[in-house]
Design a protein around this ligand. Structure first.
Ligand code: NAD
Ligand code: UDP
Length: 325
């Protein structure tokens, strides 16, 4: 193996983002180990990689330690959609915290570089807009989103402490809403819900009055950001925001999806879940400065690609990961 080719572990590698990251790393020639417990994903996401000589799949739960020899670790294992992470909140926080401890221990032993898939949820329902990395957030520590938000915050703390105390090479990326093909059709997230509803011609469920905002990043842009961050300077640990700063209301998103699908679905309004953030938009100055990174795929183009993918799948091949759907 050439020196620039690495042994790379991707935890949560069979998931939406993980499977695209594995695909990219395999294409780049790295020796890739995908580790997943398939809570919110299925083997079909990585089926096309299974016969590649530089790809390996391990069924394992990241809350249990594992012993592998690797040069780089991308830690993505964690349910990401609110319906998934709220299904078993204790398991969610265990996954974030014990998963972080386990990958950091491995990174320390192997002298590997380890990247944490953190989240804009560390900002909670933000009082600062757009969100910069220096903003410390406004998280309700006892609310229904806390298992995820506080789990990811504790994971960031662990990453920084392993870095300061043990010199582990770390990277922390705060991901803002990212979408694209291979999102689980029953994840309950807004993009997958609206596209599935629009294609079936059923009512589109807007929570609240639809004035809350999100900024949507297409998955290819994010994977490029991950790779740049991992290969960037060891001095730039992050946290760094990664997301698309174009901000839309949820109602605008619903209308755009109806237009792109040609759907006659009706918009209906349901209760807003507790602690649902009101506004969200990343300030990506740091990512631009340090990594020369910014998103290139506008919402309509990304949505079009995602809609095309949703048209090709057989919905009955997908098992809803939780009865919350
Ligand atoms: P996803 O649910 O598709 O992927 C998560 C993967 O982790 C799944 O394959 C799941 O089976 C696996 N997993 C869950 N618990 C595990 C455990 N205990 N052990 C091993 N594997 C486990 O979600 P995604 O959108 O691809 O998210 C990937 C990562 O990115 C997550 O850590 C998530 O918190 C983070 N993130 C994603 C977004 C986004 O908008 N997509 C935003 C912020 C952060
Ligand atoms: N949402 C909605 N209808 C749905 C699913 C979600 O209006 O069918 C809203 C949700 O209340 C939130 C936004 O869309 O304000 C984004 O929700 P998602 O679950 O995708 O992710 P979040 O950013 O809240 O983690």
């Amino acid at each position: 193996m050439s020196r620039s080719l690495k042994r790379v572990l991707v935890t949560g590698g069979a998931g939406f983002l993980g499977s695209h990251l594995c695909e990219r790393l395999v294409a780049d020639g790295h020796d890739v180990i995908c580790l997943d417990n398939f809570f919110t994903s299925q083997k079909s996401n990585v089926l096309h990689l299974l016969d590649k000589p530089n790809f390996e799949l391990i069924r394992h739960d990241i809350i249990m330690p594992t012993w592998l020899e690797v040069d780089e670790i991308y830690n993505l294992a964690c349910p990401a959609a609110p319906g998934h992470y709220q299904y078993n909140p204790i398991k969610t926080i265990k996954t974030s915290v014990m998963g972080a401890i386990n990958v950091l221990g491995m990174a320390k032993r192997c002298r590997a570089t380890v990247l944490q898939a953190s989240t804009s949820e560390v900002y909670g329902d933000p009082e600062v807009h757009p969100q910069t990395e220096s903003y410390r957030g406004s998280v309700n520590p006892v609310g229904i989103r806390a298992c995820y938000d506080e789990g990811k915050r504790a994971a960031e703390t662990l990453f920084m402490d392993y870095h300061r105390m043990n010199g582990v090479n770390i990277r922390i990326v705060r991901i803002f809403n990212t979408y694209g093909p291979r999102m689980h059709p029953f994840d309950g997230r807004v993009v997958s819900n609206f596209i599935r509803q629009a294609l079936r011609g059923v009512d589109i469920t807007i929570f609240g009055d639809g004035s809350q905002t999100r900024s949507f990043c297409y998955r290819d842009d994010l994977v490029e950001g991950f790779i740049r961050m991992m290969n960037g300077s060891d001095d730039f640990t992050g946290p760094v925001n990664m997301g698309n700063p174009d901000e839309y209301t949820i109602k605008q998103l619903a209308e755009t999806i109806c237009e792109l699908t040609g759907s006659g679905s009706k918009l209906i309004y349901q209760d807003l879940p507790p602690d649902d953030p009101t506004r969200r938009k990343p300030d990506i100055t740091l990512a631009k400065q340090h990594l020369g990174w910014e998103p290139t795929i506008p919402l309509r183009e990304g949505l079009q690609k995602t809609i095309e993918w949703f048209k090709t799948i057989h919905i009955e091949d997908y098992r809803p990961p939780t009865p919350n759907f």
